[in-house]
Design a protein around this ligand. Structure first.
Ligand SMILES: [Zn+2]
Length: 356
């Protein structure tokens, strides 16, 4: 193995950057061949496979940075390894304005599930499949505010419960949005108002994305999520009729939907009847380090589906359908449609993905 001396311009890694992205930037900044630098700071994995893993001490030696500070930014360098289920499985570039201060070309990060907005630059970052659409939120401060509220749910309940609760709430808001105006409350009008800002009428061919639909319902999803996360409200949803009325009144307040709870067949009642007693789901797909040197793949099938939805987009007519069907929600979507099957397979989550 060739050893390199310390690089003259060892810029710092970006937060949550993948190691291959950081090493690629270092190579470009110094006019080095990426594969040469990659081989200098990696070695074959101990199990004898073909995969190479970063040796933290070597990356520390070429950058003059401590292993501790590198591992603070680069999740792959952490020892012990992080729980990869708490990150999105797909690397993404994150906030392009934050990235602008990191020289050396494209920054690729593996963001945790709870990162939807760059609150500093007021940009929407989620879901990762829709990367490339940068959505400014200057006209929609409630979406930036919702990210702060989301972080408070995380502090209180931890990543697994928060992940399930927020995705469930996004799915339910998508289902509510597709119901007619008279089955909805004030939130429905806010969804149309926000949709008209993010996807201005007549521009859907150019501006439509499922990521933007997700942004539209995010404030109400984060308002509902604590009901799905807290054991207090989960029990209220399941116990006596009186408790259920209390739960429904709280849903009505958070959705600004005074008539909420008059029918029993809406998406939140379905959650209360079927899902409230079940443990939180973990993601179907978990980040796979083997793909690190590859660039994120182009998802042409997803793009074609988006184009179909863009053609038909009308914020007041079944607008949530495209959001519900999106892979970002696949974990909770499958449970909502197959509540018993999902539960019976929870014990071996791996086989669940293959069976579905
Ligand atoms: Zn930013």
């Amino acid at each position: 193995m060739m050893l390199l001396p310390r690089l003259p311009d060892p810029v710092p890694p970006a937060q949550h950057e993948i190691a291959a992205s950081y090493i690629g930037r270092l190579a470009r900044l110094h006019g080095l061949d990426i594969n040469t630098l990659w081989r200098c700071v990696t070695e074959r994995e101990a199990s004898g496979g073909m995969r190479r893993v970063v040796v933290p001490e070597r990356l520390a030696a070429v950058t003059g940075r401590t292993v501790h500070s590198l591992a603070g930014a680069l999740p792959e360098l952490r020892n012990p390894q992080p729980d990869w289920a708490m990150f999105r499985h797909q690397p993404q570039s994150g906030c392009h304005r934050c990235n602008a201060k990191h020289p050396g070309g494209e920054v690729t990060r593996i963001l945790p599930h709870h990162r939807y907005v760059c609150t500093r630059h007021r940009l929407w970052l989620c879901p990762s499949d829709a990367d490339g659409h940068t959505t400014p939120l200057d006209a929609l401060p409630e979406i930036v505010q919702a990210q702060r509220r989301h972080l408070r749910i995380l502090q209180r309940h931890g990543w697994a419960i928060t992940y399930d609760a927020v995705l469930t709430a996004i799915l339910i808001c998508g289902q509510q949005w597709s119901l007619s105006e008279n089955e909805n409350g004030e939130a429905w009008h806010d969804w149309i108002r926000r949709a008209n800002i993010l996807i201005p009428p007549g521009t859907a061919e150019a501006t439509f994305s499922v990521a933007r639909l997700c942004a539209v319902v995010y404030p109400e999803a984060v308002a509902l999520a604590p009901l799905f996360a807290s054991s207090f409200w989960r029990q209220k949803a399941q116990r006596t009729a009186w408790d259920r009325r209390h739960f429904n009144a709280e849903v009505a307040r958070r959705l600004r939907h005074p008539r909420y709870g008059q029918h029993e067949n809406d998406p939140i009642s379905h959650w209360a009847n079927m899902t409230a007693k079940r443990p939180p789901l973990t993601p179907i797909r978990v980040h796979d380090q083997k793909h690190h040197l590859r660039k994120p793949t182009q998802r042409t099938a997803t793009q074609r589906a988006e184009q179909r939805h863009a053609h038909a987009f009308n914020p007041s007519r079944r607008a949530g359908d495209a959001l519900i069907a999106h892979r970002h929600l696949a974990t909770v979507f499958r449970r909502a449609w197959h509540p018993f099957r999902t539960h019976s397979l929870l014990a071996n989550g791996d086989s669940y993905y293959k069976l579905s």
